[in-house]
Design a protein around this ligand. Structure first.
Ligand SMILES: Nc1ncnc2c1ncn2[C@@H]1O[C@H](COP(=O)(O)OP(=O)(O)OP(=O)(O)O)[C@@H](O)[C@H]1O
Ligand SMILES: [Mg+2]
Length: 404
């Protein structure tokens, strides 16, 4: 038994390249506090490190039952689960693991340590989970304090190794319970993009440019300091578990990115109400990747796809590949005012939409005056939705959108 333990340790040293971990996080590998807060600016490597720490413990320690959790169970797949999974592959450790995509579980066959997943929105499952030995709460600001207390209760009893709850989040509101309640045995580390050697220049510039847009956003996402989000543009869309089976029309909104996320949103229209489906929300996709994905998604060649009009070349390439891509109206103010008057539904799977809508805010100038335009940050789904719904309404009213 012990011999095998040694082998695993050696293997870690060979495979799990510690230099791949951002330096600021290295001391946290050994941190045994019950509550480990990793918070700060965007793109600072918080989520990647949380995944790395769990993976190291999965390799070094036996019989763990880690719980991955966030507000909505369906968003765990594309965040915590996919991060740990890709880390297993990039570290060359896949031979140790059985990964089950169906129930978002991962098991190390040698240490018998496993990972299970759920969401706060599935209280029955949460209550039925037993024997948890450590937890990672991603985007912890999404949770109410009572949610956190429920989760905290799952972590009790005698365990061979230390029990820890890792909380990763951006410090969006200084009045949030994460900032105002004090838990004994907590350790808090604040990080920013400067602590992430893997940050790409384009994203770094987006963060630096927030300074010219909105001081509060700059404080939160660039400097990683507690802020207060105000001047929110939209009320959150109503969440429906199930949509109508048929629609009067289907349209799409497309916001292009590369280092930033690309968002492709499918919108079903029925009785003048809009039903959102997030099809793509991902960075590092080229046009060819997107064309393949869109073919897989069987997007009809006659359906309107309203796109970011600042990239006519990309629009043209999609058109040549058989998609009915059109430039969207550039009128942000009227577009937003129109969206505000529409009845729009989202569903729990729409991770990007449901997150962006909570924080999408109007800019404020240095004198505190509110501007008509929102801060250009985490706005990819918001833009895609506006492109589609607003421009399409103009189409229906026979206004030539190219002149808007
Ligand atoms: N150790 C690492 N090795 C390789 N790439 C990394 C590492 N840490 C971070 N990155 C890169 O930096 C990007 C940002 O990291 P991460 O998503 O962990 O940031 P974050 O702090 O969780 O951001 P947010 O506040 O937006 O959730 C990742 O998508 C990844 O590309
Ligand atoms: Mg993160």
């Amino acid at each position: 038994m012990e011999k095998r333990g040694m082998m695993i340790r050696k293997d870690i040293l060979i495979h799990f390249n510690l230099s791949s971990i951002n330096k600021i996080y290295l001391p946290l590998i050994e941190n045994k506090s019950r509550y480990l807060h990793i918070y700060g600016g965007a793109g600072s490597g918080k989520s990647v490190f949380a995944a790395q720490k769990i993976l190291i413990r999965m390799m070094m320690e036996r019989n763990h039952r880690f719980l991955l959790i966030r507000k909505v169970a369906k968003t765990v797949r594309n965040s915590q689960f996919s991060l740990i999974k890709s880390l297993i592959f990039t570290s060359g450790l896949y031979e140790y693991f059985t990964i089950k995509d169906s129930d978002l579980s991962i098991r190390n066959e040698y240490t018998k340590s496993e990972i299970i997943s759920t969401g706060v929105d599935d209280p029955e499952k949460l209550k039925s989970i037993f024997g948890i030995t450590s937890i990672w709460i991603e985007e912890a600001t999404e949770l109410e304090y009572k949610d956190f207390l429920q989760i905290d209760l799952r972590l009790r009893g005698k365990t061979r190794y230390y029990k820890q709850i890792i909380l990763t989040y951006n410090p969006i509101n200084s009045f949030h319970w994460l900032n105002t309640t004090i838990q004994k045995d907590s350790f808090k580390l604040k990080t920013t993009y400067k602590n992430n050697k893997y940050i790409d220049d384009e994203y770094k510039n987006v963060l630096l440019n927030l300074k010219n847009q909105d001081e509060n956003f700059y404080n939160i996402y660039t400097l990683g300091e507690w802020g207060t989000l105000k001047n929110i543009v939209f009320k959150p869309f109503e969440i429906l578990e199930e949509y109508p089976e048929t629609f009067d029309e289907i349209i799409y909104g497309f916001d292009f990115g590369y280092n930033n996320k690309t968002a492709l949103i499918k919108i079903g229209i029925k009785d003048n109400e809009y039903y959102l489906d997030e099809l793509i929300y991902k960075e590092h996709l080229t046009n060819s990747d997107l064309i393949l994905l869109m073919k897989e998604l069987k997007i009809n060649s006659t359906d309107y796809i309203y796109c970011d009009s600042s990239e006519p070349n990309r629009i043209e390439e999609f058109r040549r590949n058989g998609f009915n891509c059109l430039p969207a109206s550039k009128n942000i103010k009227d577009g937003i005012d129109f969206i505000k008057r529409c009845k729009i539904y989202s569903n729990p799977k729409n991770e990007g939409i449901n997150k962006e809508v909570l924080y999408y805010s109007y800019k404020q100038d240095r004198n505190g005056n509110l501007l008509d335009e929102p801060v250009k940050f985490n706005d990819h789904c918001m833009d895609a939705i506006r492109y589609a719904i607003y421009t399409h309404s103009k189409f229906r009213n026979n206004v030539n959108v190219r002149w808007l």
